[in-house]
Structure formats: structure tokens, C-alpha cells
Write a protein that binds this ligand. Structure first.
Ligand code: NAD
Length: 264
């Protein structure tokens, strides 16, 4: 399969081999893409470098998305190494763990701003930097969760950040569409990752999704990998501004079929 052969892509958000970014990177690499990776800080470097190597990547750079200079350095390096870019995967989010538990009302101003900066604004900052390198068009994807659309326990300020992120996808799609740059989001079902496990009650939400999603199973890395591959490839040439659910169909369920647990 060579859906992405000849394409060059930047992957942000690999922390380890459970990361959603890694699932998409793996699928992209298997489909022939050349990849560059970033890691948040030194503590992630030792985990990201071997994965990047496994994906045949020569470019592995630090990037803290709260720092414009750090983002700038990544794009300067890509311009020098590649001179162009075909796609970006933004799989980055953060909120203080203490506020991913309990009520949304308790959100502090400081954590609200930090959460929105890292989990939402950073995608817009990346889009702005990417566009000049995408003279022949491109594809930008980000990761969201249905806690943007409906209330999920303990998701709190992250739900607000994801709602803003999903709105950003639409505005960016409108801004960049005339330059043939497509902007989409994947709304993944709950997965056992570093970020996922920071949310209070993650295990219960995970089990609930498994029990009541139409496919009766949880989302796995290959699911998001395949969806990412589609959105990054020319198969999705006509798709932009979309939030695509990859959640075993859970988002379509209103009231779960609790009757199947009744004996009478
Ligand atoms: P993960 O912990 O593997 O990835 C989160 C990444 O964000 C990490 O690589 C971390 O280094 C990075 N990050 C955080 N702050 C950063 C900063 N300041 N600068 C640069 N990078 C920073 O967890 P994941 O579940 O793979 O999360 C990836 C994306 O998927 C997130 O946007 C998350 O909200 C989203 N998502 C996750 C789930 C889930 O259940 N795990 C479901 C839907 C959406």
C-alpha cells in the first residue's frame, strides 16, 4: 500500500507506543510517507527516538507548543530539510489532572488558559506555520473527543477545549481551503493512553463505551491509524472541516440498551 508515497509529514504528540499519534504515524509510515517527529521535553526524547527510527524517520525535534520559538524552530528545520510539507498530525492535549476530576465549576483561570493554549490554540499556531510550506496543498489533522459535544464525567475544561478545537477546525478549513489545505479532526473513542488515564473515572468510561457502542468494543490504535491515513491521503481530497468519529459508533447511541440486562 503506498497511499502516502512521496508525501512528507510532521507528527506531534508521540509520548510512547500507546499514543494515538504513534498509531497514525505507523499507518502513515507503512503507506510510504516520510515522517518528522517532535517530543515535548527531554523526558520523552528517549521514548520517541526509537519509535521514530522504527518509522524510518531522520528528523526528531523538541517542541513545546506553548513556546512560539520552539514551534518556529521545528518549521525552520523542516524548511531546511524538506523545503515543503504535505501533512501535519496534531495529537497534543494537556490539562491539570486535579481539574479532570470533580466538577467543571471548579476550573481555575490559570488551568483554563493553559488547557486551551496547549489543547486548542496550538493547532491554529501549527496551521499558520504549515501553510507556507504547503504550496501544493496539504492535510492537517487533530484529535478530539465527544466530550466536546456532550458532557462526559470529569472531562470538564478539556471538553471546553475540544469544543473550541472543533470550531477551530471549521474556521481553519475555511481559511486554508482556497490553498487546497484540508483541515479535519478525528474524534476518537476512549483509549488507554497517558493522556487518557489522567481523566478521573477513565476505566468506567472505557468499559461503558465497550459495553454500549454499536461495535461492542473499544477503539484501538489501528482504528485511528486507518482513519488518519484516509484523511491524510488523496482518498479524502474532497473532505475538509470534518469531525470524523472513530469510536465504534458510540456517538450515535442515545440511551443504551439496558433492557438486555433484564431477565424478564
Ligand atoms: P498521549 O499522552 O500519548 O499524547 C498526548 C501528547 O501531548 C503527549 O505526547 C504529550 O507530550 C503531548 N503534549 C502535552 N503538552 C504538550 C506541550 N506543551 N507541547 C508539546 N506536546 C505536548 O495521549 P493520547 O491519548 O494519544 O492523546 C493524543 C490526543 O488524542 C490528545 O489530543 C487527546 O486529547 C486526544 N484523544 C485521546 C483520547 C483517549 O481516550 N486517549 C480520546 C480522544 C481524543
Amino acid at each position: 500500500m503506498s497511499l502516502l508515497s512521496g508525501k512528507k509529514g510532521l507528527i506531534l504528540g508521540v509520548a510512547n507506543d500507546h499514543s494515538i499519534a504513534w498509531g497514525i504515524a505507523n499507518a502513515a509510515s507503512n503507506a510510504g510517507a516520510q515522517l518528522a517527529f517532535t517530543y515535548q521535553s527531554e523526558s520523552f526524547e528517549k521514548r520517541v527516538k526509537p519509535l521514530a527510527k522504527a518509522a524510518g524517520s531522520q528528523i526528531v525535534l523538541p517542541c513545546d507548543v506553548t513556546d512560539d520559538n520552539s514551534i518556529g524552530a521545528v518549521f525552520s528545520a523542516l524548511e531546511e530539510e524538506w523545503g515543503r510539507l504535505d501533512f501535519v498530525v496534531h495529537s497534543v492535549a494537556y490539562s491539570n489532572k486535579n481539574e479532570l476530576n470533580g466538577g467543571y465549576t471548579e476550573t481555575t483561570r490559570e488551568n483554563f488558559l493553559r488547557t486551551l493554549d496547549i489543547s486548542c490554540f496550538s493547532f491554529t499556531a501549527l496551521a499558520k506555520r504549515s501553510a507556507p510550506l504547503m504550496a501544493k496543498g496539504g492535510s492537517l489533522i487533530t484529535l478530539t473527543y465527544s466530550g466536546a459535544e456532550r458532557v462526559m464525567p470529569n472531562y470538564n475544561v478539556m471538553g471546553v477545549a475540544k469544543a473550541a478545537l472543533e470550531a477551530s477546525v471549521k474556521y481553519l478549513a475555511a481559511d486554508l481551503g482556497p490553498r487546497a489545505i484540508r483541515v479535519n479532526a478525528i474524534s476518537a473513542g476512549p483509549m488507554r493512553t497517558l493522556a487518557g488515564s489522567a481523566i478521573g473515572g477513565a476505566r468506567e468510561v472505557y468499559n461503558w463505551n465497550k459495553e454500549f457502542s454499536p461495535l461492542r468494543r473499544n477503539t484501538v490504535l489501528d482504528d485511528v491509524g486507518g482513519a488518519g491515513l484516509y484523511l491524510l491521503s488523496d482518498l479524502a481530497a474532497g473532505v475538509s472541516g470534518e469531525v470524523m468519529h472513530v469510536d465504534s459508533g458510540f456517538n450515535v447511541v442515545g440511551v443504551p440498551d439496558l433492557l438486555r440486562y433484564r431477565d424478564d
